[in-house]
Structure formats: C-alpha cells, structure tokens
Design a protein around this ligand. Sequence first.
Ligand SMILES: *C/C=C(C)/C=C/C=C(C)/C=C/C1=C(C)CCCC1(C)C
Length: 270
Amino acid sequence: MSLITRFSSLQKIFVSKHLFMISSLLFIALMPSKALAANLQPDDFVGISFWLISMALMAATVFFLWETQSVTAKWKTSLVVSALVTFIAAVHYFYMRDVWVQTGTSPTVFRYIDWLLTVPLLMIEFYLILRAIGAASAGIFWRLLIGTLVMLIPGYLAEAGYINITIGFVIGMLGWAYILWEIFAGEAGKAAKNKASDAVKYAYNAMRWIVTIGWSIYPIGYVLGYMLGAASPEALNIVYNLADLVNKVAFGLLIWYAATSESDKERTMN
Ligand SMILES: *C/C=C(C)/C=C/C=C(C)/C=C/C1=C(C)CCCC1(C)C
C-alpha cells in the first residue's frame, strides 16, 4: 500500500460522517455550565448519580450511532432513534445535575421536557421495528404517539399546579394503559406475534416489559413523592435516574440486538 492510499484511508476514517457527527454532538453536550458542576460534593450521591447516568447516556449515544454502520439500511433508523433518545437525555441530565447540585430540589421541569421528547421516540421504536419487518401500519404510530401525550401532559399540568393532582394522575394512567394495550393486545402486539422472527420477537417482548415494569417507577414516584409526600427528593431522583438507564439504554440495546441479528441474517441469505 502506497503512502498516499494509506493516508487517504486514514483520512477517510477521521473525516467519516460518523466521527464528525459524534464529536460535534459530544461537544454540544459537554458545553452546559461547567462552573456549576464544580460544586459537586463527595457526599452528594444523588448528584453523583446524575453525573454517572449522563456519562452512560453519552457513551450509549456514541455506541448506537457507531453501530448504524454495521446494520442494513432498513435498521439504521431504529438505531439512530435510540441514539437520539440517549443524546437528548444526556443533555437534560447535565442541566438536571446542575439544578440538583445547586438547589437540592427535583429538576421537575427538565424531567418532563426530557420525557416529552424521549418517550414518544421510544414508542416510535415499536413502530420502526415492526416497519423493518414489514408489519407496521400508520395507525400503530399514531396510537402510540397519542398515548404518550395523554400520559405525560396531564402529569406535568398537575405537578406544575394547573390541574388537580388526582385528575392528572388518572388521565396519565389511562394514557399508559392505552399504550400497554396497543403493544400487548392491539395491532402492534398481534403484528409482533404473527410476523416477527425470533430476534425481533425477543426484543419486542423485552421492550414491552420495560414499558410495563420499568415505566411503573414514574407513576409510583408520582404517588409517593408528589401525592403522598412519602418519598424524599433524594430517593426519588436516585430511583428515577436508575430507571432511566434501563428505560433508555437497555431499551436501545434490545433494538440494537434485533437490528444486528436481522442484518446478519439478511447478509448470509444474500
Ligand atoms: C426515559 C423516560 C421515560 C421512559 C419516562 C416515562 C414516564 C412515565 C411512564 C410517566 C408516567 C406517569 C403516569 C403513568 C401517570 C401520571 C404521572 C406520570 C406522568 C409520572
């Protein structure tokens, strides 16, 4: 290999779209308020958990984007959406950490803005993996999207004091129930059961249990923390932070598993 070709292949690696994209994202993500983070105290375990989770979310973003290179075209969107979820959450975690470190209070507004963006994207993942196997309809997409909005908006309006706490909770629970119905018994659930391969079935099934068990942390936190005042902001935030790791990173890894397994299969078939 001549020096020139060696150089140009090296250059290709360094200026590849992916590296450029990833480094600009990280640069933006790293920008918020370095000065505030300097106040992180060694005994502030909630603050430390915010820090750890934001790093895990950033690392997951790099991983998902990088892995778009190793899957076939129709699976790329799913991985990009996983990366968007962890990226959006990472940026919010930087700000949430600063709110916590500075005030010791729950960063409720940032949490809800993060949920409002990431939860619909997580739901779209169900639609995308079904679409990749040719089993999705537009109805699935819209029902899941509407379900997330019905779940989250009343929750926020109640926590912000615009509507009654119990009413906000009840409507939010109905939105969640509607989502669960769609992914277990509705058109999406049936499509996964009848048309999916083993790897897609495995991922789909684990993803819907995350939506059932992993997501239950948030309404439980709402009841214990906000309705009953029985949980401290410290406990609530640590539990929310760990839950986000499962609900965003592990969820993305399941999609990665389905996408890479299916891509390998397609390649060996060709
Ligand atoms: C990554 C963040 C995720 C997956 C956040 C999920 C949030 C929820 C499942 C919130 C649910 C709520 C209800 C079911 C009832 C009303 C109160 C909420 C908004 C906390």
